[in-house]
Design a protein around this ligand. Sequence first.
Ligand SMILES: [Zn+2]
Length: 257
Amino acid sequence: MPILYAGVDMEFSERVLLLRVGKFKESDLWIRFLSPTRGVLTAFAFGGSRSRRRFIGCLDIFNEVCIKAVSSGHGAYLALCEGVLIKGVPRLRSDPPRLGIAANCAAFLQTFGVTIDGAQAAYFLFHQTLQLLEEEESLPGLLPFFFRARLVFDQGYALETRQCMLCGKLFQQEKAYLFLKDGLFFCHACSSLQLGQRLALSVQALEALGKTHVMPPVSWGKLQLVPSVARECARVIDGFIQYHVGIHWENGHFVRH
Ligand SMILES: [Zn+2]
C-alpha cells in the first residue's frame, strides 16, 4: 500500500473517526478525521453531499468509517473516494448533553494536535470515549477532564501520582501537592521547602487521577467522585494542562498559546 509523504501521491484505506464535516460549494464536503496511523487529517469529499452510492450515509461526525482516500495535486490535498459506515452513534445524536461532551473532547484533541507517533493512543482514547458516551448509563461527571488528562498523559506529559518526587514517600495516607512550574507532586513535608504555586490533592483525588492514566476509558463510568474530590481533580487537570501544554478555554473555544 502506498504510504503518505508530503509531495507524493498516495492512496490508502483505513478505519477512521470523523471529527468534523463541513460543506463547501454546492455538493462538496470537507472532512476532518482521526486516523490510528496518521493522526488528524483533512480530506475533500467531492460530491459528498449527493453521492449516496460512494458514501452511503456515513459522512457524519463521530461515525467510525472505513475510508478510501487518495492524495491529489502531488500531495497538496486528500480526496475521499469511498466511505463505508462501520459504526454510528445514534444515541449521541439524540442526546444533546452527550453530543456536547463528545464535541468538547474532539475540539480539545484538534487543538492539542496528534502526531503520527501518538495517533494510535489518541484513536484508542477517542474511540473508547465515544463508546462510553454511546453505551454507558452512568457517565463520570468529569469525563471531558479525564479525556484531556489521558490525552496529554498518553502523548508524553505523564504525571507520577503514586509517590513524592523528592523523597519517594508513597501517597497512601496523606495529601499531595502539585507544583505547577515543575509538574511534579510532592508530599507535605517536601512541599513546605518549595516555592511556587501549588495545588493540594487528597488521597481520593490522587487515586482517581492515577486511574485515568491506566483504566480503559470505556470503564470510566466507575469513576464517580464526590463533588469536593471532583473539584480538586478538575483544578489540577486544568492547571497542569494550561501551564505545561499551554491550552486553555476562552470564549467557547480551546486556545493554545
Ligand atoms: Zn517528600
